[in-house]
Design a protein around this ligand. Structure first.
Ligand SMILES: [Zn+2]
Length: 315
């Protein structure tokens, strides 16, 4: 009896070990989702730029859907959340046309009219309208770029409350392009609207043009108490040393993943900026896939695939 129990235990142990060995490799082959890419075309006849922009502002001059595929497919990335490019303001034609052309590959994040713009469509109404065309998040700018809004409560405008309410009602995210100084106001609004999905882009740009500051990472981790905040982990080309393989960013990423859990973190490249020399697309994927040793295979699968898949693709 005792020996057969021992044999069973031994068998179980060896099965567990072999299971662990296979699970050391994350199940991400061909499944990785890029949560943040901008595309644009040099065809400004068909897709005119907003009056604030000139053709010379487009740098690189072009980054079409096809050019994106040329970079991402080699890294096993076939699904992408496109982010409306500022050049087009709220004219989403190019992004929506590409989403229609490649429905299995793309969903979108729209840009909304400004809360102070009384002449344009109501931003909350536009959220609902664009969600029918598979835009499930909306990019909004933090107060650091908006000195015309009341500081520090730059979201103290009734249109912001309506956008948060609409997000909660329709499971649409407000996706913040923000700086560390904007975190407290995002926290205030998430406390007021706890059911609204919120995405913080680019790790709140902690370490943009400077070294990563621990107290800012503390604040970002503190926001994790708001259960509907998710974080995009990427734009590595711009943060900290901003030099591949970007391993100086791993301590920040480890803390953020610890605070939020891997199912609230999604990897993003922020192309085309991630593919400007000396940076490559795979450098960005590789930081999570190959260098983040503190992540289990399952953590990597969540950050590289399932977090974004759940919110953007499995709806
Ligand atoms: Zn971007």
């Amino acid at each position: 009896m005792a020996s057969s129990t021992a044999a069973v235990l031994a068998a179980c142990t060896s099965t567990d070990e072999s299971a662990d060995q296979t699970s050391d490799e994350p199940n991400i082959e061909g499944r990785v989702i890029d949560a943040h890419v901008h595309i644009w075309t040099s065809d400004t006849e068909k897709y005119p730029l907003h009056s604030n922009y000139k053709k010379e502002d487009m740098d690189p001059a072009t980054f079409t859907a096809e050019e994106l595929f040329g970079h991402c497919r080699a890294s096993g990335v076939n699904r992408i959340n496109l982010i409306q490019m500022s050049f087009y303001h709220t004219d989403h034609s190019y992004m929506l046309d590409m989403m229609e052309k490649h429905p299995d590959n793309f969903v979108g994040t729209g840009v909304l009219p400004d809360v102070l713009d009384e002449k344009s469509q109501d931003p909350a109404e536009m959220m609902v309208e664009l969600s029918a065309k598979r835009c499930y998040a909306f990019r909004v700018r933090g107060g650091y770029r908006r000195q015309d809004l009341e500081q520090p409560h730059w979201m103290s405008h009734p249109k912001w409350d309506k956008m948060f309410e609409t997000g909660a009602e329709h499971n649409l995210a407000l996706s913040f392009l923000m700086n560390p100084g904007d975190m407290s106001e995002v926290g205030r609004m998430c406390g007021k609207h706890p059911d609204t999905p919120v995405i913080i882009d680019h790790l709140a740009r902690i370490g943009a043009n400077e070294s990563v500051k621990d107290e800012q990472v503390d604040e970002l981790c503190g926001l994790a108490k708001h259960k509907n905040i998710q974080v995009k982990v990427g734009a590595f080309y711009a943060l900290g040393d901003a030099t591949p393989p970007y391993t100086d960013l791993l301590p920040m990423i480890e803390r953020v993943v610890d605070a939020y859990g891997p199912d609230r973190c999604m990897w993003e490249s922020d192309c085309p900026f991630q593919v400007q020399d000396p940076h490559t697309y795979d450098d960005s994927v590789a930081l999570i896939r190959d260098h983040a040793d503190f992540l289990s295979a399952s953590d990597k699968e969540k950050i590289l695939v399932t977090t974004a898949e759940t919110f953007f693709f499995n709806r």
